[in-house]
Design a protein around this ligand. Structure first.
Ligand code: 13P
Length: 244
């Protein structure tokens, strides 16, 4: 199966960069390429979809969605149906930056996953432990707690779970292959036990680059990677995609 390479641009980019980068990606030959998903800031999504990626296989992810399902008086929010309208296929939910900087908790995130399912979007749910839980050995319990809310969702659908240890995000300090494999196997067992009837794809994220991506993707049960910093430069990101 083709690996999934998701670029999380976070709050980066301006129109000139989007134009330049996406025009470049759109011209790359599609054969033998991984499945590429670009998680762009909301404002650029329609532009990217309708102008730059019209004839491309590249898919778009949003970086978040509202936990409110229906339209209404929720100033500043964007819901799943709006994203679907804009041509979005995937949505990142529960990135550690949103959990820590914006105070998102498990209950909110479960609403978001449910809303993504109901809107026909595939959620990319991020889980991962802080350094303290890695150091004191409680990291698997920490991740299990993050996953546990999923059991409250009635109509479960295809989902992507990204393991992103907080201490490896933007630090250049990547988890070892043994550490990644242990957690991916743990998440895989957890999910297969409860949701074996849907398609579950597991990603790793945290300081992924063109040097380490080959080894990560060779691990068992890894369906792809979630790339932050190295997705912001066309040359770096193309080098990652070419390593597949
Ligand atoms: P870096 O690749 O910059 O470590 O970021 C990872 C990330 O947060 C992707 O969502």
């Amino acid at each position: 199966m083709k690996k999934l390479i998701v670029a999380n641009w976070k709050m980066n980019g301006e129109l000139s960069k989007i134009n330049a980068d996406l025009s470049y990606y759109a011209k790359l030959p599609e054969t033998n390429k991984p499945n590429v998903v670009l998680a762009l800031p909301y404002l650029y999504i329609v532009w990217a979809k309708q102008r730059l990626l019209m004839n491309s296989q590249i898919k778009i992810a949003a970086q978040d969605l509202s936990h409110y399902r229906n339209c209404g008086a929720y100033t500043g929010k964007i819901n799943g149906s709006m994203l679907k309208d804009a041509g979005v296929d995937y949505v990142i939910i529960g990135h550690s930056e949103r959990r820590t900087l914006m105070g998102e908790n498990g209950a909110i995130l479960i609403h978001k996953v449910r809303n993504a399912f109901e809107s026909g979007l595939i959620p990319i749910l991020c889980v991962g432990e802080p350094l303290s839980a890695r150091d004191d050995g409680s990291y698997l319990q920490f991740i299990e707690l993050q996953l546990s809310g999923l059991e409250d969702i009635e109509s479960f659908k295809d989902i992507i779970i990204a393991y992103e240890p907080c201490w490896a995000i933007g630090t250049g300090k990547i988890a070892s292959l043994v550490e990644i494999q242990e957690v991916i196997d743990f998440i895989n067992r957890y999910m297969q036990k409860r949701f074996a009837y849907v398609k579950i794809t597991l990603l790793y994220g945290g300081s992924v680059n063109s040097q380490n991506v080959g080894d990560i993707l060779a691990l068992e049960n890894i369906g792809g990677v979630l790339v932050g910093g190295a997705s912001l430069k066309v040359t770096d990101f193309t080098a990652i995609c070419e390593k597949i």
